[in-house]
Design a protein around this ligand. Sequence first.
Ligand code: PAF
Length: 179
Amino acid sequence: MKLVQTIKELQSELDALRSEGKTIGLVPTMGALHAGHASLVKRAVAENDVVVVSDFVNPTQFNDKNDLAKYPRTLDADCELFGKSRGGFCFFAPSVEEIYPEPDTRQFSYAPLDTVMEGRFRPGHFNGVCQIVSKLFMIVNPTRAYFGEKDFQQLAIIREMVKTDRVQRTGNCRLSYCA
Ligand code: PAF
């Protein structure tokens, strides 16, 4: 398992693999990995030649800055846990500056999907999720990406983003979901 922290390094690794015809699975996470993530990684490993697990606590999806400050950051434990998993994959753990060298002002609007339920109480949350997922898709250009079905509203919004903003904001990635 390889730990990569810059976009440049990740892309040069992935370009080489892609030129050999390898498929790439992406499992986006905010770290603090648990059994749910493990099942996503397991499926991604089974369906792709290479799997990238991103581990990035995305500040733009926190509408409450105290929640962002308190969010667990467990990179060492995450690396150790997934270092033991089988299958070829790397861990992408960029800094905030690497992902957001300047503020991301893009607006994603998929009403009513993002304005009801959790969206009503967490203004900007799903916009931040779309910002980072779109960025990860553009950086990794995965063959497939994997999301938990547990976060049902998030999944519905990401599906909509991939359907309506295909190529421009999400590339040509196919989505997969796991419980
Ligand atoms: O579900 C999560 O952990 C996050 O919202 C995601 C999709 C990794 C984006 O930061």
